[in-house]
Design a protein. Structure first.
Length: 201
């Protein structure tokens, strides 16, 4: 099955699902192909664990040490498959495994603390913060869960710190310096690093 695994820069990316509970203003899904010359990352169906493992077995990881779960969909919409795939990858090589996520895993999976599943399996969690409060977050991200999404995301980030080596939050540089500084303060209050990402059209 095409598009489960793709490379970008020096990293190998896993695209496990088309599903996402958000409709972010700046999402690459709004582009026809998303990543330009790489073509579309839309999956023609939700892959099974067996299909994902088969893709792993047939991919040449020579020269790659970093794995990122990030595709057209929200990776934690396929959380069980993600965790099983990450465990499988760890049997192949000592990869550093990261999840790029919207941080809404607990709401998506209807659980109190989904980050527990990541302990010993996921090395880095990068969470899209995008705004400094629930109102602004809703205006940018448009989550199906409404304003409770923001607090759920912050809780998830703090929970991840208990189970994952490195937790980061990110914002896109288009939100403006004042809002970026508010986000920086919010992250600092919660002991989490903030990374400002350059918006890619």
């Amino acid at each position: 099955m095409e598009n489960i695994i793709y490379t970008y820069g020096q990293k190998v990316y896993f695209n496990l699902t088309n599903k996402c509970p958000c409709n972010c203003e700046f999402c690459i899904r709004h582009n026809e192909n998303g990543l330009g010359d790489m073509g579309s990352l839309w999956l023609d169906h939700e892959p099974s664990v067996e299909e994902i493992k088969d893709a792993v077995d047939n991919f040449d990881f020579t020269g790659y040490t970093d794995i990122v779960f990030c595709g057209f969909g929200e990776p934690t919409c396929a959380l069980d498959k993600l965790i099983e795939t990450a465990k499988y990858l760890k049997t192949k090589k000592d990869f550093t495994i990261r999840i790029n996520t919207n941080g809404l895993s607990d709401l998506i999976n209807n659980t109190e603390d989904s980050s527990k599943l990541m302990e010993g399996v996921i090395d880095v969690v990068s969470i899209s913060l995008n705004a400094s409060d629930a109102k602004k977050y809703n205006e940018i991200v448009h989550p199906v869960y409404g304003e409770k999404a923001f607090d759920a995301m912050i809780k998830f980030a703090k929970d991840c710190k208990k189970h994952v080596k490195s937790v980061k939050m990110t914002v896109v540089d288009t939100i403006g310096e004042e809002e970026i500084e508010k986000c920086r303060r919010l992250c600092s209050e919660n002991g989490i690093d903030l990374r400002v990402r350059t918006y890619i059209k």
